[in-house]
Structures are given as C-alpha cells and as structure tokens.
Design a protein around this ligand. Structure first.
Ligand SMILES: [Zn+2]
Length: 314
C-alpha cells in the first residue's frame, strides 16, 4: 500500500512543446500590436501538474494575444519528465528548487535548475505581468501568493478568485521567480502572482488553475473571455480575504508534534493557543485571530523546514 495521494488526472505529453519556440519549452506569441507582455509559467516545480495541463491546453488551442505579447513556459521540464508514480513527490526538482535560485543567477550555473533559470530569465525580464502556476503537497484550499507589494494584492483582488490572498515575503532559502527583478521592486510596475491551486494531483487543482489563468489573461487585457476555452472561468466567490504572513515557524530538528490535524487557513481565535510541540517546546499563536497558512504540520519534516506560516487578516 502506498501513502501517496491519488492522481486524479492524466499527465499531458509535453514533448511536442520542446521545439519550435523561442527556447526549449518556451513559446512566445506576439500580436504585432502594442500592449503588455504577459507570461504564464508552469512546472516551476516539476510535480505541480495542474498548471502544465492549462498551458498545454492553451498552446494546443493556439491562443493568440489580441494586443501585446504572450509567453508560455514549462520551467522545470526535466523534473516533470522524471516523474515516477511510485515516488511522486521526488519530481519537484532534479538538483535543487528552481524557485529559490533567482537571487544568484549572475553566478555560474552549477545545477540543472540554475541552468534552466538562466534560460527562462530573459522572458521573465520582458514580462509586465507574470502568473506562476503551482500546487501544494498537502490538501489545502487554493491560495494566491501575491508577494509583499500593494500592487500584487490589487491584481489578486481584480482577479476576484480564489478566496484567499496571501501577502508574503518569500523564503529565506532563496529568491522566487515571482520576486525577481522589477517584480520585487517597489518602484516598478511589473506585477507577478503565484497561485497554489490545491493538492498537486486533485482534479479540483486543474479547475482552479483554469479559472485563475482565464481571469489573469482577461484582466491583463491580452485576450478576451471569448478567446478562452469554454467553461474555464468559474463563478466568482462572494468575497476574498487578504492574509499578511508575519511568521514562518520552522522545526529545529524535524521533531514537531502537532496538537491536532490542521487543514490550512484556519483562524485561531486566541493568542497563546498551542499549535504543537517542537522538540517538546510548545509553539503557540502570537496574536488573536491568527491564520495558519499552508501547514505542513501533519507529516514528518526535515530539520529547518517550515512547519507553518502565521498570518494576520488585513
Ligand atoms: Zn510549487
């Protein structure tokens, strides 16, 4: 018996997108008319397949921009191609996390991921708007990670879905693609969003990836809704909420015991509520109405790994 979650959809054969583009597995469509450059990226993590299904479908449909330029990329394609259903989490990456390399791309590439990021970098530099399509290890509600800047929150609110918007600063372990260059510069106007569509292999993750991508492409003005496949856009939720991440709780030695099972995005009413014990030391909520963002609390973790991020409702 395997403890791995079920895989609820077929993985697309992406090899047809290797050639014929601006770079391997990168395709650029220029309308010939002035307008924004808009990039949709899939497979920043190789086993996060919902975004790959979306980009594969849009390329296959021949989606063209009405103005500006549209860029599609499959980022860590080598990791995707290494997928093994017996060990499905391993294909997140080959040598290292593609999405932690972006602060050191001026240095010689020593890993498959830094080499690939150097190929992807000029396209990210061209883009005015970037949507990076991810999914989650754990079964959690979809989250839009809009970065630390006001304009990220504003764009996420214009999209109108998903319900949960997370304002965050990224990872101490290295810069994400979505924070690179002008995207992370408070004085620039380039705006990036990172959607976590739900658990990697849930059919619902594909629905979320389709919905959010459709909203993003229409909002940036690059296409009209009628240009997109029917049925992608879902009903707009009645409201959204924004959570500011304030703390990242890491386990010191990988010896964290949760107080209960957490699903993610719970609001813990009282400050001082025990979330669990790390090496026997209680970990408590620092303020009232504390939101648990993407808890990895329910599974064994290595030393130093983030167990949960804590946030305030804005
Ligand atoms: Zn990811």
């Amino acid at each position: 018996m395997s403890d791995n979650p079920p895989i609820e959809f077929d993985f697309p054969d992406l090899r047809r997108w290797e050639t014929g583009g601006a770079a391997p597995y990168v395709h650029v469509r220029d309308s010939g008319k002035p307008g924004p450059t808009v990039m949709v990226a899939a497979l920043t993590h190789g086993n996060e397949v919902s975004g790959a299904i979306v980009v594969d479908a849009l390329l296959a449909a021949g989606l063209k921009p009405r103005q500006g330029t549209l860029i599609f990329s499959f980022n860590n394609i080598e990791a995707y191609l290494s997928f093994d259903a017996k060990n499905p989490f391993k294909s997140r990456m080959i040598d290292e996390d593609f999405n932690r390399t972006w602060g050191r791309l001026d240095q010689p590439a020593t890993t498959l991921e830094t080499r690939r990021a150097q190929v992807i970098k000029p396209f990210v530099e061209c883009a005015d708007f970037l949507l990076d399509l991810h999914s989650m290890h754990d079964d959690c509600v979809p989250l839009m990670l809009c970065g630390p800047l006001d304009r990220g929150v504003a764009l996420a609110q214009k999209l109108g879905a998903p319900v949960d918007i997370v304002r965050d600063r990224g990872h101490a372990a290295g810069m994400r693609m979505r924070d690179y260059g002008g995207f992370g510069d408070p004085k620039d106007t380039k705006t990036a969003l990172l959607i976590e569509t739900g658990q990697h292999w849930r059919a619902s993750s594909v629905e979320v990836a389709k919905d959010v991508t459709a909203r993003f492409l229409v909002e940036t003005g690059i296409v009209e809704e009628a240009d997109l496949p029917a049925g992608w856009k879902q009903p707009t939720p009645s409201g959204q909420r924004v959570v500011q991440v304030t703390h990242a709780i890491a386990t010191k030695r990988g010896n964290f015991t949760p107080a209960k099972r957490f699903e993610g995005q719970e609001v813990i009413a009282k400050a001082g509520t025990v979330l669990g014990h790390d090496d026997g030391e209680p970990v408590t909520t620092p303020y009232d109405n504390c939101v648990l963002v993407m808890p990895s609390i329910n599974r064994p973790l290595r030393a130093g790994v983030t167990v949960v991020r804590l946030g305030r409702l804005l």
